[in-house]
Design a protein. Structure first.
Length: 255
């Protein structure tokens, strides 16, 4: 299956090793129970049709499969989906296997108006959404996307040495948001240089763990970070007056 051309430039990747049943019925064409490869992703149960080959033909096709998360993220980052999601996942990296579901409607005479519905399911992967966001391990979540944007459904992971719950997406105001809350351990903070060089150094004087909330907003490509924590459960072994017992609350706000 060739890539869709937009303005003479291939914007959708080529599907290879395509096998399936192709049926022509009067003025229609149907694809039944096909399978294909999208880089390392094995697509199965692909079905589609062009209902009218003669008048404003449009290919409607859907299917899904499993393969390397790196290839699923590559698909999102190198197709028009990247623009539709405000480039939110362009810098995302990850490993392990993931499930990708796709449904495309492609006007063959006007491919620029292609629409898509998709779902990327994480089932225990390691993911880093941006270089300045901590690594999410054992991540379980679902990311829904379309030509209108994307939404990260409530998920869970481990990050900064503790459990984490998160969600996010593209809001109606065009701002991409990622929200998380969980607990961080002193050891986890010592291994998080993406939060700034001072955090691992300060964590060298910490012990225990504390709850926190993390909010990331990306406006026109510029990230805004907010971290809040009462620091209860975290001890600071520093000279007075900066020493802190674990049970004492010291409200922290980093913006």
């Amino acid at each position: 299956m060739p890539p869709v051309l937009t303005g003479g430039v291939a914007r959708w990747p080529e599907f290879t090793q395509v096998h399936g049943e192709l049926v022509f019925d009067r003025g229609a064409m149907r694809i039944r129970n096909a399978r294909a490869k999208l880089w390392g992703i094995d697509l199965k149960g692909v079905n589609g049709e062009i209902a009218d080959l003669a008048h404003d033909p449009a290919l409607v096709i859907e299917g899904g499969g499993r393969g390397p998360l790196t290839d699923a993220l590559r698909f999102v980052a190198t197709t028009p989906i990247d623009g539709w999601t405000s480039h939110a996942l362009k810098e995302a990296t990850g490993n392990g296997l993931a499930d990708l579901q796709l449904a495309l409607q492609i006007p063959l005479n006007d491919a620029a108006h292609t629409t898509v519905r998709g779902r990327l399911t994480l089932a225990g992967n390691e993911v880093r959404l941006r270089p300045d966001i901590p690594l999410l391990s054992h991540a379980r979540a679902r990311i829904d996307f379309s030509q209108r944007g994307f939404a990260i459904q409530p998920g869970s992971a481990r990050a900064l040495g503790g459990e984490l719950a998160f969600d996010g997406g593209l809001g109606p105001d065009g701002v991409v948001r990622f929200n998380a809350q969980g607990s961080a351990s002193a050891e986890g903070l010592r291994q998080a240089p993406e939060l700034g060089a001072w955090v691992p150094r300060l964590a060298g004087a910490m012990s225990g763990q504390a709850p926190y909330k993390l909010q990331v907003a990306v406006r026109q490509g510029h990230p805004e970070l907010l971290i809040t924590s009462p620091l209860t459960g975290m001890a600071l072994e520093l000279p007075a007056p900066f020493a802190k017992p674990a049970a004492t609350a010291w409200p922290l706000r980093i913006q």
